[in-house]
Design a protein. Structure first.
Length: 448
């Protein structure tokens, strides 16, 4: 993406790059995360600009923490309100009769009216663009590569943890969550003619492979082994119920793929480094299962291409490292004997992989309120400035519903990852954002 201002978030640029790859230009990306952002591209794919506002959770938490009596309404409660309104087709009253409804309708009306107005503005902008510089027929064809295709009608892409909520609020009749206002011309705030609104979960994660390959050497300048490593970057993987992307190849001193390590960044923000055996297994599982079933576009051509690429990578790895094929067959037999043909059952996978001993980790206390817990001694900036200062620090991390503890045991100057050993002996690598999050989690929930 070109033309962005200094200091623009990497996640916003990644969102735009992935939106270009999947949907074309111009496009408006609305990311419903901790902070809610909207960012647009011009018809040539350059950075138009955007805005940043508090996300839904931040708004709810601010009302709770900045007042004396207002409760904290978490995402589950918001979902329950949405579900009830939709099923009964009875929106929340603008003049609510109880505190929870008043808080939800206040936040939702603000977001719906703001983003609804934003979509209409972007629609006017794209219309003016095409009127002044009409796209060719080729620019609009489905066969044209997405990154070269011109979007007519207007394309809006929703992502982030609250993308589902934004989609509902921008839907017809606000999906019956809040009352709809009618304009003087008879239209409503949810009338979006000639606009395609798409939900794309974890959009920024899918940009990893695109960005990595954009910065690689031309393949004809690589050795055969480097070409294989290049082709592994950006591939999608499946482990248990999680999906992720291969984002780094850590080359071995032996200069052999069989001894390489591969860094995987999962869509939930966590990561791990694996060898070729685990990588081959995760690629094989992705080839069988594809993206998460909740993806609304999981059957589109781009998703199917990811599956084909995973299949090809498994074949390449098996040819390069012959013992992998035998180990995959052993794994398939083990699953068949347990009546589990895929990674859909987390408990069955745990039984099939005894090295993962989550249930033995030292459990922490029940979750407490995060109110009034500043962390002056922990930040991304401090971690990057003196990474080895934090060796021996304690961390806390949730696995499913339980909290577990561990210690930071080493730091790798080359990869810039910290190694964490949990109290039961399991190991995991943290990047700087993982360290920031789980050291703070420990300070919120110290061992009793």
């Amino acid at each position: 993406v070109t033309g962005q201002y200094d200091g623009v978030g990497v996640d916003r640029c990644a969102n735009l790059r992935a939106a270009q790859r999947y949907y074309g230009n111009p496009a408006l990306v609305i990311d419903g995360g901790t902070a809610m952002t909207w960012t647009g591209t011009n018809s040539d794919g350059s950075f138009r600009g955007g805005g940043i506002a508090p996300g839904i959770g931040m708004k709810m938490r601010a009302m709770n923490e900045s007042t004396g009596k207002l409760p904290y309404i978490d995402q589950d409660n918001v979902k329950a309100v949405f579900k009830k309104c939709f099923e009964e087709k009875k929106p929340l009253e603008t003049y609510a009769k109880n505190t929870q409804d008043a808080m939800v309708v206040g936040v939702c009306r603000e977001i719906a009216l703001n983003l609804g107005s934003l979509v209409k503005e972007f629609q006017r902008y794209t219309k003016e663009l095409f009127e002044s510089n009409p796209p060719s027929a080729r620019d609009l064809e489905d066969e044209t590569p997405h990154n070269l295709r011109k979007n007519k009608p207007t394309r809006v892409v929703l992502t982030g943890g609250d993308g589902w909520l934004i989609e509902e609020l921008l839907g017809e009749h606000h999906s019956y969550v809040i009352e709809e206002e009618q304009n003087s011309n008879g239209s409503t705030n949810t009338t979006h003619e000639d606009v395609i609104i798409s939900q794309h979960k974890n959009l920024a994660s899918h940009a990893i492979g695109i960005l990595l390959k954009d910065t690689q050497l031309p393949k004809n300048a690589m050795t055969p082994v480097e070409q294989i490593r290049h082709d592994l970057l950006g591939l999608r993987v499946c482990k248990d119920i999680r999906r992720g992307t291969v984002c780094e190849v850590k080359r071995s001193e032996a200069k052999s793929i069989a001894a390489d390590k591969f860094r995987i960044k999962y869509d939930d923000g966590l990561g791990e480094t694996v060898g070729p055996e685990d990588l081959c297994e995760y690629l094989s599982d992705f080839a069988k299962n594809g993206e998460d079933p909740s993806f609304p576009d999981r059957d589109c051509a781009e998703r199917k291409l990811h599956i084909e690429n995973a299949k090809k990578a498994v074949e390449t790895l098996e040819n390069k490292v012959p013992q992998l094929k035998e180990k995959l067959l052993e794994l398939q037999k083990k699953r068949a004997s347990q009546g589990n043909q895929g990674p859909s059952s987390k408990k069955a996978r745990a039984a099939a992989e005894p090295t993962v001993r989550r249930e033995k980790k030292k459990k922490g206390p029940p979750e407490k309120s995060k109110k009034n817990n500043p962390f002056p001694d922990v930040s991304v900036e401090l971690l990057e400035a003196n990474p080895k200062k934090f060796l021996s620090e304690r961390v806390a991390k949730h696995f499913d519903e339980d909290l577990y503890y561990g210690s930071v045991v080493s730091y790798d100057d080359n990869s810039k990852y910290w190694r964490v050993r949990y109290d039961d002996g399991d190991n995991e690598e943290y990047d700087v954002h993982d360290m920031d999050a789980y050291m703070k989690e420990y300070r919120l929930h110290p061992e009793s």
